[in-house]
Design a protein around this ligand. Structure first.
Ligand code: SF4
Length: 423
């Protein structure tokens, strides 16, 4: 039997799809590309932007066309919306699983109970990668005014320490050398269980594993404390000197309307605190531009703020209204015209590119530790501990899945280049 999975959206979805792929492989399924004929198409959907919703619908339709006898299973955030309000019926060939929590287990049940094809638990991945995402938590109830997630994923649910450790041991046995811990709102990890917080978890994982480094996918600024940062950097090279702190806006007026829970000044102080502990830490971020009512001054404040902080990488998104959120109501009367949103995106991306180049240049002549993910024509490609894409000359297949020291020789806005160095 043939199965294909299309994953949209966040790292949590990616981690869940990895688990699913592993389960299908173990059960003897052939994994095929989404454009090929499959018996089962799984669309692991996203509802964070209008674009993600559009793509989800597109993939469902494409799968229906690809194999008139196939079955399409829609899971993820958009599946819940789909079920709740809109495209309730697409005929018998589409099964909509509105579960947002533990979707891999829900799919396991669906295959075992309704389709008569048991999938083997536990759904541990068999990765082909040297880096793997591990979902440790689901759910967020922060209710930022633009975000649909709190309406879709019910409450906060964290996994147990031992359960996470088991998965990581399994991954490291398969050759994974970097684990990216992810969650809907990672900083909320442990809030529901009382077993320990995110930093307790990291200390536990570092103590109980070896030969693998840890990275955090994202941390909301209002959840980053000084105690966390001190304990984090005390873990040394086992954790990556890289923090992704979503800023969203550099204007206090917009931040308040977004209900982010911090001001620009508080954010700047956090970054300064982190840098006082580890000066060359990579601080990356997400920014939304064209939020309803964002004036030219608000946008300019964001541009200035980003320049002052000196992010090493920025992801810039044009605001897109999510139905049912307060910001989608404001969009009706205070929306920024699309061409202006796009112009602001382009302007900020240009700023981001220059900042990345500046950050990359600061490592010329220095050593970085790169996890080589693949090699092409003797050039190893991978990420450094501080999340710089690195091209490493003089490598071969033996370097794949190893963390190697690299002397940086040249820097570009997108990556740096260098050669293997001595330890
Ligand atoms: S912190 Fe805000 S943006 Fe992030 S998931 Fe929660 S509500 Fe959404």
């Amino acid at each position: 039997m043939r199965v294909s999975i299309k994953t949209l959206g966040c790292k949590v979805n990616q981690a869940e799809s990895d688990l699913l792929l592993a389960a299908f492989k173990k059960a003897g399924f052939t994994i095929v590309d989404f454009d090929e004929v499959a018996d089962y198409y799984i669309v692991n959907s996203c509802a964070v932007t209008e674009e993600a919703e559009r793509k989800t619908r597109q993939y469902v339709r494409r799968a229906i066309r690809r194999n008139p006898q196939g079955l399409v299973i829609l899971v993820g955030c958009y599946a819940k919306l789909w079920k709740d309000c809109r495209y309730a019926s697409l005929g018998e060939r589409v099964i909509v699983l509105p579960t947002v929590r533990e979707k891999e287990r829900a799919i396991g049940r669906l295959f075992a109970e309704q389709l008569g094809v048991p999938l083997p638990p536990p759904f541990f991945p068999y990765p082909s990668r040297s880096r793997a995402w591990v979902k440790v938590q689901e759910g967020c109830d922060h209710f930022c005014s633009f975000c649909l997630v709190p309406y879709l994923r019910e409450g906060v649910q964290s996994r147990e320490f031992e359960d996470i450790l088991r998965e990581i041991h399994h991954l490291t046995e398969q050759g994974v050398r970097e684990i990216v811990l992810c969650g809907t709102n990672l900083g909320y990890f442990g809030r529901d269980t009382g077993e320990g917080t995110l930093i307790d978890l990291l200390e536990f994982l570092v103590a109980r594993t070896e030969g693998v480094r840890f990275r955090l996918s994202s941390l909301e600024p209002y959840l980053l404390s000084k105690e966390f940062a001190i304990r984090y950097f005390a873990l040394g090279t086992r954790v990556c000197p890289h923090l992704h702190l979503p800023l969203q806006s550099g204007s206090d007026r917009i931040l308040r309307r977004m209900r982010r829970g911090y001001s620009a000044k508080m954010y700047a102080e956090l970054v300064a605190m982190v840098r006082s502990l580890y000066p060359q830490v990579a601080v990356t971020t997400d920014v939304i531009v064209g939020f309803p009512g964002e004036t030219a001054e608000d946008f300019e404040a964001t541009v200035q703020f980003c320049q002052n902080i000196g992010f090493s990488r920025m992801h810039v998104f044009a605001f897109s209204p999510r139905p049912g959120t307060p910001a989608s109501e404001w969009e009706k009367s205070e929306g920024i015209p699309k061409p202006e949103k796009q112009r602001r995106v382009r302007q900020l991306l240009t700023v981001g590119k220059a900042l990345s180049e500046e950050y990359h240049k600061s490592f010329v002549g220095k050593k970085l530790y790169v996890l080589v993910e693949f090699v092409e024509e003797n050039i190893g490609i991978g990420y450094s501990e501080n999340y710089i894409p690195v091209h490493v000359e003089g490598t071969n297949q033996d370097n794949v899945r190893k963390i190697v020291p690299v002397l940086v020789e040249r820097a570009w806005p997108t990556h740096v280049e260098g050669r293997l160095a001595l330890q």
